[in-house]
Design a protein around this ligand. Structure first.
Ligand code: NAD
Length: 434
């Protein structure tokens, strides 16, 4: 009997959730990979590696609620690619989290980590839960049980979680403690974004917003836009959007509009950003901020502005609102905020889009610094951290800009070209096991 088979006979059809026609973030990611494949040369033979997550874990997370009943939540951890190093990516607590979304977010982490050349693959996690409905004790129990369940695949040299939407330093502290208790030794390097007193890094909390600001300034310089006096609109006033707004305001820009899950506010003369941050810290939303008018949420997208920063969730800029956007530049603080159709509309209208995979890479860059500091137990000053962050972001952005000019492609495709080449080159060098 012959042992030779036609290659097609051995290649299984993609499972339905990996199907490129599948709508949603994973489908969008697959389209982005297809756009870049013609630029990959011989490495294109490995491109299917990028179209399947390496490892996908779905876990049941049961906890005792305060009222004595037991509730079950679904949790995920996806390791998309580990060719360049351990998995790395945040954990999201949100009622709408799905496996497909976590897969896309993990894949974008692979791209992002390669784009800024930190030695990580890509991963992401999440729990399908609305944390606002939980007491603090319930939140801690959900976090600890989830960490214990994914403990079989995470670790300081395997996969290192970090904060994302609705998770913060306290959640990271519980994750670190749970993993450490199970291991029998304190393992600070298992997560990043921890409190500074527990092996966290100075500058981590602000890092993503600082990266958004840095690439925004770099791009503005190249298109002749003055940051001083520029009007900025920000969607999402959390870790990313709040910090980016603060830095732009400090640089003399006018933050004219802010939107979050609670509502939309506007002030043509510029919002008082420190006062707004204080309001959000006390009330959890921009809604109700004095000294601003309230806008219907849909009008946020038509706000007269020069810079638009989506920093909330994915799929926010669509073919429905892209035509109304006034900004000259969109800086993607969030992951996946722009659909491919909207991307094309913005491109045709001459709006420059700084893609998530480079624009919000500041967070993982300082997470890398945190991880390095944890391994060496030697901690750097905030000035050192910020200087290294700004240098990495500027260099990475300059490389993306160059590839974009050389190939006459968008900054998104340029970032994917650089990143996919790095990932697939590593894949090629390592070869296939066994
Ligand atoms: P966060 O929880 O601190 O803030 C999220 C913000 O989005 C809040 O202001 C919330 O009110 C707002 N929001 C939620 N739903 C909304 C809706 N339907 N409409 C308008 N606003 C809404 O989260 P974050 O850490 O700032 O993350 C925001 C985005 O940035 C996410 O896409 C995340 O993946 C991405 N990101 C975060 C980091 C990081 O270091 N935290 C790094 C890279 C990318």
């Amino acid at each position: 009997m012959s042992h030779t088979h036609a290659p097609q006979a051995l290649t299984q059809a993609l499972p339905s959730y990996l199907d490129p026609n599948h709508l949603g973030p994973w489908g969008i990611y697959l389209q982005q990979v297809d756009r870049v494949t013609p630029y990959l040369g011989k490495l294109a033979r490995w491109v299917d590696t990028l179209k399947r997550p390496k490892r996908t874990l779905i876990v049941d997370v049961p906890i005792h609620l305060d009222n004595g009943t037991v509730a079950h939540f679904e949790g995920y951890r996806v390791q998309h690619n580990t060719s360049r190093g351990p998995g790395k990516g945040g954990v999201r607590f949100h009622q709408d989290v799905t496996l497909s979304e976590v897969m896309a977010l993990a894949a974008w982490m692979s791209i992002k980590n390669a784009a800024v050349n930190v030695p990580y693959g890509g991963a992401k996690g999440g729990i399908r839960v609305d944390p606002r409905q939980l007491s603090l004790g319930e939140l801690e129990r959900v976090t600890r049980r989830y960490t214990s369940e994914i403990g079989i695949i995470i670790g300081p040299t395997k996969d290192i979680p970090a904060p994302d939407v609705n998770t913060n330093e306290q959640v990271m502290a519980w994750m670190m403690d749970t993993y450490s208790m199970n291991e029998g030794a304190t393992a600070t390097g298992v997560v990043t974004g921890k409190p500074v007193d527990l092996g966290g890094s100075l500058g981590r909390r602000e890092a993503t917003g600082r990266g958004v600001f840095t690439v925004g300034c770099e791009a503005a310089r190249r298109i002749g836009m003055d940051i001083k006096g520029a009007r900025v609109a920000v969607q999402g006033f959390g870790n990313v959007g709040g910090v980016a707004a603060k830095l732009f305001a400090e640089a003399g820009a006018r933050v004219v509009a802010a939107q979050d899950h609670g509502g939309t506010i506007y002030r043509a003369a510029g919002l008082d950003v420190p006062a707004l941050l204080d309001h959000v810290a006390r009330h959890g939303t921009v809604k109700g901020f004095a000294d601003a008018e309230t806008l219907p949420d849909a009008d946020f997208w038509a706000t007269p502005c020069d810079i638009l920063i989506p920093a909330a969730l994915e799929g926010q800029i669509t073919e429905k609102n892209a035509g109304r956007i006034q900004a000259r530049m969109v800086i993607e603080g969030a992951n996946g905020p722009t659909t491919p159709q909207a991307d094309d509309i913005l491109h045709d209208r001459g709006v420059l889009v700084l893609p998530d995979v480079i624009a919000n890479a500041g967070g993982v860059t300082v997470s890398y610094f945190e991880w390095v500091q944890d391994f060496s137990s030697f901690f750097w000053t905030e000035d050192e951290i910020n200087a290294r962050l700004v240098k990495i972001m500027k260099d990475a952005f300059a490389a993306v800009w160059q590839v974009s000019e050389d190939n006459k492609v968008s900054l998104r495709t340029a970032t994917f070209i650089i990143a996919c080449q790095r990932i697939l080159h590593a894949r090629d060098l390592r070869g296939l096991y066994p």
